[in-house]
Structures are given as structure tokens and as C-alpha cells.
Design a protein around this ligand. Sequence first.
Ligand code: UD1
Ligand code: UDP
Length: 360
Amino acid sequence: RELAVVVGTRPEIIKMAPVIRAAEGRFDLHLVHTGQHYDDEMSGAFFESLDLPRPDDNLEIGSGSQAEQTASGLVGVEEMLVEREPAAVLALGDTNAVLSTALAASKLSTKFGHVEAGLRSFDRTMPEEVNRVVADHVADFSFAPTAKAIEHLEDEGVTAGVYETGNTIVDACRDHAPLAAERSSVLADLGIAGHDYVAATIHRASNTDDPERLRAIMDALDDASAPVVLPAHPRTTNVLDEMGYEPSGSLELVEPLDYLDFLQLLNNARVAVTDSGGIQEEASILEVPCLTVRPNTERPETVDAGVNELVEPDELGRRLETLLTDDAAREAMTGHPDLYGDGSAGEHIVDVLHTRTGGE
Ligand code: UD1
Ligand code: UDP
């Protein structure tokens, strides 16, 4: 039996890795990369550091408008599904690759499994929210990471084929953090070994597409009383270059890091500042307090547990300083590494698929 798996961007490669590993030997795998992320440091490098099989197809959709990316992915995934006739196709999360896969599969009546189902920010201005909602409503199998995600699905009438599996980020993070500690020299390379520092990433369209908002975030980081390392997503680098932005204080902008280097950077940070979805989860798993520069989050479990806070750019500097200088305040934002499961999500998902597509 063949299982098709579609990925398109950095987080999908990382989070799908535990599913791909668990599926090896139980399914014939057909791995498709839509090519939404194409730079080696946003894509190819992860196949190496996660020891994944190379994609069988790359649709090379590249960058473009929401419609361009979704439409090219839709045509490419449809062709693949018609040719391969897999027992099921999987996609993960909320990117345009997920929307393309969900639409192509449902129109062909190919079984579609949505990994990381049921997340909601309730903010329809985010392209990701639209992608999540559509994918969840056409999925045959919804692999929900948490009880809250299941509640969201139930509230929208999605009750069939729903499984609570935990999030595969836990599997990935737990497998790779010890390897990262052993192999990565990133802290020495950046000259921050043994120091208190901040690990930061910013790439969300709502932050990068408004240059004044982006400048306010960067200025708050640049004014911090400890080093701030920010591996910049190409989207962010493009805008900062256009603005001619040059940090002059604590902020160090570096190229996107390999997964092991990033995990090592995050795991040893005093505080994380981000607008990433996956990094909110990883920070909770690694027990690093997280400040999320967004008005809302589809990872509310972290906020409810007190390990993640939503901040606006004008409050970022103050909150960051508190966590850099007050040990008790920092300590209070740790201690919930299990919000997203126990690290067996990949196995659980593959077990369900194996049974539901005719296995024993
Ligand atoms: C996409 C996802 C977002 C996810 C993020 C992960 C959608 C709608 N958005 O956003 O949910 O959090 O990936 O990182 O699917 N670029 C490069 N090289 C690359 C990739 C991108 O230079 O390899 C630049 C291009 O200028 C491109 C811009 O980054 O226009 C944005 O890339 P895009 O794939 O459209 O969206 P992301 O911001 O990466
Ligand atoms: N990540 C990485 N290198 C970096 C920045 C992030 O390997 O320089 C990893 C991080 O560990 C997490 C994932 O990329 O697993 C998050 O991806 P991103 O923030 O691009 O997307 P999102 O999760 O917001 O969709």
C-alpha cells in the first residue's frame, strides 16, 4: 500500500519527519515536495539533518501570490494522485501546500489525512487560518494534537475520523535536542556559549508586511540588555534590506539555521521571542519562556499554561527585560513540557492509517 506525503515548507519537513520514519517499512512512501521553500537553508538542509529520504517529486511551485502557490500545488498534487492512486495522502499544518493537497485529494475522493488538525487562531486575516479551516472540513482523518483542537473541530461539526495524537513536534524535538547538544557548535560559533541570550525569529506576514511594526520589533530586540540572535527567514531579510535596517546594539541577524543548530540555540536560551507557530511549541517542550509577537495564537495551550505570552511590539522591550533580569519571573514561565503529547504522535498516526486503509 502506498502512502503519499506532501510537504512544502521548513516546518512541514521537520514535523512530518516522525511520520515518515514511522511509516517506513509499513507503507510504500511517495514523498512530494511542492517546492514552496526552495533555498537549501529553508529546505534541502533539513532532509540531511533529519536523515529523511529525498522527495520523489518536487513540484517547484516556488514563491508567488497565495493563489499562484495554491493553484500550482493543486495541479501538481492532483497529477500525482491520479498517477499513484495512493491509499491515502497526508499533509501537515496550515501552509498553502496543505490547502492544495486537501482540495486535490477531496475532489478525487482520495483519502486525505490532516496532521495537526483543529488549530484555530480565529483570525481569518491570516492565510494560514483559511487553509486550516478548509483542510479540516475535507479531511477523512484529522490528527488533532490536543483536546482543545478536538473541541474546535467538534464546534464546527467535524467529528468523524478525528484522533487525538499529540503533535509530532514533540517526537522531533525530543529525538533531536540531545543530538543537537552533542553535535552542534552553534553557541561557540556565535560567541554566546555560557551567556544569557535571547533566541528570536520573526517571519509572519502580519509582522513583515508592515515595515513600521517590523522596525519596532527589531528596535526592541536591539535595545535588549543581553545578546539577541535572530536567524532571519528570507521574507524578513528581504524587508529589512529594503528598509536599509542595520542593528547597532544587542541584535545579531544571522542566516536561517540548520535544525540541530536552531534547537541548540533555543534549548540554551534564557528567553525566546517569536511569531512562529512551531517555535511556540518547541519553547514549551524545552521549557524556555516564550514571548510571541502576535495579537492571537493558534497555540493557546501554551498561553493558558503560563509559558507563553502574547505581546505587542511596544510592550516587547519591557517584558523581555523582566525575563532577562528577574529569575523568579523567568522560572514561573517554565514547567509544562507535555502540552503537546509524549513524543509518540508519528507512531500513533501511522497506526491509525495502517488500520484504516486496510491493514491488520
Ligand atoms: C510560509 C507559510 C507560513 C509558515 C512559513 C514557514 C503559507 C501561507 N505560509 O510562509 O505559514 O509559517 O512558510 O517558514 O503557506 N523565500 C525565499 N526562499 C525560500 C522561501 C521563501 O527567498 O526558500 C522568500 C521569498 O521572497 C518569498 C517569501 O520568502 O516570497 C515568503 O515565502 P512564502 O513561501 O510565500 O511564505 P512564508 O513567509 O515562508
Ligand atoms: N527552525 C530552524 N532554523 C531556524 C529557525 C527555525 O530549523 O533558523 C525550525 C524550528 O526549530 C521549528 C521550525 O523551524 O521547528 C519553525 O518553522 P517556521 O518558524 O518557519 O514556521 P511556523 O512554525 O511558524 O509555521
